[in-house]
Ligand binder design. Structure first.
Ligand code: NAD
Ligand code: MG
Length: 390
């Protein structure tokens, strides 16, 4: 029996993770569940999975949950709150697996805590890796943690890389990492109308149901940009060897090319329970609840070149990766602030890429050797972007 902590259990990835775990009660128990504000949803999850710990963002929210659990006679769950409690449940000796599914920079510290403590880390929170790739990968190497990518593209690449070494290594004949991208809701929309798209249009992804932030990231294709940086750190691939291919059906989740001309791909229905089950079960395969892929029904697989003029965020992410140091942390912070402002209708859709470009230009970047320097760059980029918006 393995105990699992789910950081961000009330989100889209968190809910899918609990769905997979619920199919294997003989294999997995829930150790801790965490949410930021969603007391109702976390309460329901506690009733069903009876974790040892539940964590919320504020003392008020934690108090509400504690009271509701007591009223139902459920006293086995300890309710905690605050940032340090997240790191505590992620590193507690009582759990073996940590699903890192908090959205954004807020997930960085608890994810690092899990890595430091030698947990098997299932990484969905790509922003943590974008911000502090070197520190994170060094921490994983030092503790001997197993790191399993959950982002569907990186999970596919992991599966297509040589089993002896899941890395970009020309000695093993690996020549390229090919990340597929659906192109999001605006792949075909007239570029001149992008200025005026609404949050509702931006979060309506054609193939995947996801949280709001990543849905907007998919519409700007910053999601793919963050994934290029993520692939660089996970697999050690240089920027020039990571290529983005538009594939509107989202059936091929990504590919790896080899020196003999082979291209290996991983296919499946667009459902995050597949990579989640792969990560949980690794190196075994376990049932995920995902329907088998019906290729006859899919009928056609299409591929196009990525258009950097339509999607400037993709270009900005490659530029930040090439600059290195804290530039990706600055890119990520400006993006988080801009996306939130867009969702609150304070700025237009195209302002997102303009704000990120100006943060990359104006906010000073430097070495990303320490967590302090990364968090400092993150803070300065947020302040800069907030001031530009107001
Ligand atoms: P979501 O918005 O649905 O859920 C986010 C979770 O994080 C919630 O449980 C929320 O309570 C928690 N949270 C938010 N802010 C917090 C804070 N400040 N402190 C503590 N907890 C906080 O997001 P999601 O779509 O599940 O995505 C989660 C992560 O997984 C993101 O990094 C995303 O990029 C990545 N990811 C998601 C998908 C997907 O299909 N949804 C696919 C690949 C990668
Ligand atoms: Mg992805």
């Amino acid at each position: 029996m393995q105990n699992v902590t789910i950081l961000g259990s009330t989100g889209s990835i968190g809910v899918s993770t609990l769905d997979v775990i619920g199919r294997h009660p003989e294999k997995y128990a829930v150790f801790a569940l965490t949410a930021h504000k969603q007391v109702d949803k976390l309460f329901e999850q506690c009733l069903q999975f009876k974790p040892q710990f539940a964590v919320l963002g504020s003392p008020e929210a934690a108090g509400q949950l504690r009271q509701r659990l007591e009223m139902t006679g459920l006293t086995g769950t300890n309710v905690l709150h605050g940032e340090s409690a997240l790191s505590e449940v992620a590193s507690d000796a009582g759990c073996q697996i940590v699903m890192a599914a908090i959205v954004g920079a807020a997930g960085l510290k608890p994810t690092l805590a899990a890595a430091k403590a030698g947990k098997k880390v299932l990484l969905a929170n790509k922003e943590a890796l974008v911000m502090s790739g070197q520190i994170f990968m060094d921490t994983i190497a030092a503790s001997g943690s197993a790191l399993l990518p959950i982002d569907s593209e990186h999970n596919a690449v992991f599966q297509c890389l040589p089993a002896e070494k899941r890395a970009y290594d020309p000695d093993f004949g690996v020549t390229k990492v090919l990340l597929t991208a659906s192109g999001g809701p605006f792949l075909k929309r007239d570029v001149s109308t992008l200025e005026s798209v609404t949050p509702e249009e931006a979060v309506a992804h054609p193939n995947w149901v996801m949280g709001r932030k990543i849905s907007v990231d998919s519409a700007t294709m910053m999601n793919k940009g963050l994934e290029v940086i993520e692939a660089h750190w996970l697999f050690g691939a240089p920027a020039d060897q990571i290529e983005v291919v538009i594939h509107p059906q989202s059936v091929i989740h990504s590919m790896v090319s080899y020196s003999d001309g082979s291209v290996l791909a991983q296919l499946g229905n667009p459902d995050m329970r597949t990579p989640i089950a792969y990560g949980l079960g690794y190196p075994e395969r376990i049932a995920s609840g995902v329907a088998p892929l019906d290729l006859i029904k899919v009928g056609q697989l299409q591929f196009h070149e990525a258009d950097f003029t339509r999607f400037p965020c993709l270009d900005l992410a490659y530029a930040a990766l090439r600059t290195g140091g804290t530039a990706p942390a600055i890119l990520n912070a400006a993006n988080e602030v801009a996306v939130e402002a867009f969702l609150q209708r304070k700025i237009g859709f195209r302002d997102i890429d303009r704000l990120i470009a100006s943060a990359l230009e104006k906010v000073e970047s430097g070495s990303a050797d320490t967590l302090e320097s990364v968090l400092d760059a993150d803070r300065r980029a947020r302040e800069f972007t907030v001031s530009r918006i107001s």
